[in-house]
Design a protein around this ligand. Structure first.
Ligand code: SAH
Length: 371
């Protein structure tokens, strides 16, 4: 074997790798200010930099032309503005755009821009993968890898913002991408602080929705945080027996405790609750289940958002027939539930969470789960 070794072997420790720069988006404002002070720069430079990042949509430090050239140079040596690579971009016929981002450590996440009338909504991921194990969802099939950092959550928002023409602004944020936002609550809340800040993205908390599988202690923490975000709870079943099967984390929690925590959130925040219900043909769409759902939600100040299932390749679940959907809807309406049936957007581009990552190996259009 030794014959095949090169004459001069390079020892491993001499191999050079580029220094790992810090992510600018991970920095708190005061950390940026102290870094600037170290460079002998005044405090007001921080405001200039943030304006370039959040309002003027800079893609690089070089574009920040009202900063001294030397400072721009130092910034590009010490920081990365964006740390992920856009691996795949998809644009749907209805204007929905989806990005698959590859993170520094190779993890992959997805985020989506939805255009609906004047609305420009974004759907953002909070974790690489997901630990909740919902049996019909593509995001959690391989479990959770890790929480996203503040910078990685914000990068999704900024990359989608930069896809809008200069005269359009992001109007709504939903934390409904990959992962369970309440399992990464600190980083989600810190990112949303910037999203709603006038010097950040300036989006009102009333236009920001956090979607959760239903983790009562974290719902209570969110209530104590005191910012009136909309809360959406993914219910998907009207009783524990079925929910334990569809949403395995339910075994440890139970619908009762979730509804009670959500009610507490409503009484503190004053924001109407949304319950999400993914309609799975032959699984949770029967008349009996509709009536059970009516008994559960009647009298609660909540909106039931029924979402027809977006099929995931390799999973056995199906979208119900149009007839079954209509029947289910009528039963809920007659029962007095405030119900909304969501129309699917971006279904020609794998817009349901986790689908693009899962299907990337077979991006031949004929194999996409067309609705
Ligand atoms: N973990 C959070 C947020 C991410 S999922 C939660 O559970 O709410 C956002 C919503 O999309 C959830 O209601 C989830 O159940 C739903 N969902 C997941 N896969 C879907 C699919 N293939 N079709 C339709 N909805 C799906």
């Amino acid at each position: 074997m030794a014959d095949f070794l090169p004459m001069t072997d390079t020892p491993r420790d001499l191999e050079t790798s580029p220094p790992q720069r810090r992510s600018l988006l991970d920095l708190h404002r005061d950390e940026l200010v102290s870094w600037l002070a170290e460079q002998g720069q005044p405090k007001f430079r921080a405001a200039q930099i943030l304006r370039w990042v959040y309002q003027q949509r800079a893609m690089s430090f070089g574009e920040m032309t009202d900063l001294p050239a030397k400072l721009r140079q130092r910034m590009s040596e010490d920081f990365d503005l964006f740390t992920a690579d856009v691996e795949i971009e998809q644009v749907s016929h209805d204007g929905t755009e989806k990005l698959l981002l590859r993170l520094r450590d190779g993890g992959e996440i997805e985020c989506v821009l939805l255009r609906d009338g004047p609305r420009r909504s974004i759907c953002v991921s909070s974790q690489v993968g997901c630990a909740m194990g919902c049996v019909f969802c593509a995001s959690g099939l391989d479990g959770v890898k890790r929480n996203l950092t503040r910078g990685e959550i914000m990068e999704q928002m900024l990359r989608l913002q930069r896809r809008l023409p200069a005269d359009e602004r992001l109007s709504h944020i939903v934390m409904m991408g990959m992962g369970e936002p309440l399992a990464n609550l600190d980083n989600v809340l810190a990112t949303l602080d910037i999203a709603r800040d006038a010097d950040g993205l300036g989006i009102s908390p009333r236009r920001i929705t956090i979607s959760t599988v239903g983790l009562p202690p974290a719902i209570d923490r969110l209530a104590r945080h005191g910012v009136p975000y909309n809360l959406a709870v993914s219910l998907h079943a009207p009783n524990d027996e079925l929910r334990n099967r569809l949403v395995p984390v339910n075994v440890k929690v139970g619908i009762d405790k979730i509804l009670t925590a959500a009610d507490r959130y409503f009484s503190i925040s004053g924001r109407r609750l949304t319950y999400e219900y993914v309609l799975l043909g032959g699984v949770n769409d029967s008349m009996q289940q509709a009536h059970e759902l009516v008994r559960l939600l009647r009298g609660r100040s909540a909106l039931l958002n029924v979402i027809p299932y977006n099929p995931v390749a390799g999973l056995p679940y199906k979208t119900p027939s149009t007839g079954a959907i209509t029947q289910f809807r009528e039963a809920l309406e007659q029962g007095g539930v405030n119900v909304q049936f969501r129309t699917r957007k971006g279904s020609d581009i794998d817009a349901a969470c986790g689908q693009l990552r899962r299907n990337r190996g077979m991006l031949d259009e004929s194999q996409l789960p067309l609705a």
